[in-house]
Write a protein that binds this ligand. Structure first.
Ligand code: FES
Length: 112
């Protein structure tokens, strides 16, 4: 059996989960705006599509304490971003060039 190339080269998921009360959640940290920014920037740079990049929404990824959270596959690299410039850096460095943005990595011991 021949192995097919992956349908997407890279796949980024943004947690957009929203919780009531005082519980931590990514929605409270402008996750939707970050998702929208990532999608529009990736599109503007021609990165989206089969064999390239896909930007997806996700529910809770269970690492809420490091939120807002995004994860990139196939590398399994977790990011805790803050603002639009962080998203732009993830798009240009990781999604486009394959270079991990070390300064935005979620610490390994961060969970829910
Ligand atoms: S609410 Fe975003 S990782 Fe849990």
């Amino acid at each position: 059996m021949t192995e097919n190339p992956p349908y997407y080269q890279r796949h980024i998921f943004f947690c957009l989960n929203e919780r009531g009360g005082d519980e931590a959640c990514c929605a409270r940290h402008k996750a939707q705006a970050a998702f929208d920014r990532c999608k529009s920037q990736s599109k503007a740079q021609g990165l989206l599509g089969a064999g390239k990049v896909r930007v997806n929404k996700a529910g809770c990824l269970d690492r809420c304490a490091g939120g807002p959270i995004a994860v990139v596959y196939p590398e399994g690299v977790w990011y805790s971003y803050v603002d639009e410039s962080d998203i732009d850096e993830i798009v240009q460095s990781h999604l486009r060039d394959g270079v991990v943005v070390e300064r935005l990595l979620t610490p390994p011991d961060v969970g829910r």
